[in-house]
Design a protein around this ligand. Sequence first.
Ligand SMILES: [Mn+2]
Length: 332
Amino acid sequence: MVSNIDYAFIQNFLSTKKNIVITTHKTPDGDALGSSLALYHQLKKNHNVSVIVPNEYPHSLKWLPGSSSVLIYEGGESICNSIIHNADLLFFLDFNKLYRTHTMCSVLESSSAFKIMIDHHEEPDGCCDYILSNSLVASTAELMYDFLKHIDCELNQDISVCLYTGIITDTGSLRYPNVTRKTHEIISDLMRFDISHSDIHEKLYDSQNKSRLDLLRICLQNLKLYNSQHAALIFLMESDLIDFNYQKGDTEGFVNLPLSLKHITFSTFFIQFKDGIKISFRSQGDFDVNSFAKLYFNGGGHKNAAGGFIDNKDMDSAIAYFENTLKTHLEK
Ligand SMILES: [Mn+2]
């Protein structure tokens, strides 16, 4: 837990109208957008607020209240740059290192605005004036709930829907081990605002493209099991993405599927893009995928969920490298 937030200072800072930009990591997920839009709904009561995300996000999140006002940096650089240049206050949500904002990195870095980071990934950058970071908390949305309480936010239905979405999407619908009694208490508090949890789940999980099922079929055909290491690997080739008309978000959650097998506690998903192979890791129990990703795959994240990247896009050598790494790492 890292926090140096001075709430009295923030309250005072927000007592006059400010230009505020809220941003989050590349390819924002439900927690990134949910936390950002929850904060947006609170701050827009008294301030000029923009939510700017680095690039496009999944259509399964486009119904979130406020999502129509989200600006996409990629392709809208000049207008976004001028909004960022004029900002008095920047919020960095759901990421720990500035590079995770991709091409927004340099304009954010050069901004002289006051900066606040709220996040739950390990080892946050020291790039902000204030930081609220706790890697034991399951979602940034939970930290946002606390932050909003501290700035005397009156929750409403829009804020509650956004926070609920953040918590649900980052906890596998409340199933991961880092879900706590407090997580459930927050959910219970959000439910006061008459939000329809079944509607939200349907919008998140039952409104997928056919391309998702096509790609899932390919992934399952490609399943590799390493039984003695309790590990599994699935992968997709760039040609599969083209053949089945891949849309952003289509492969969300695929990495978890091998974990449904009885003896598998470590799952890996490789996707081949034109500039390299994007990797997702998931584990159950003690296996620390954060350090595994950091040590061997230029990545990181959380103990049970992490990502990585290989510059070379040759799938056969990536899989061979993974298999060797797995063996030597577990022998250590
Ligand atoms: Mn998150």
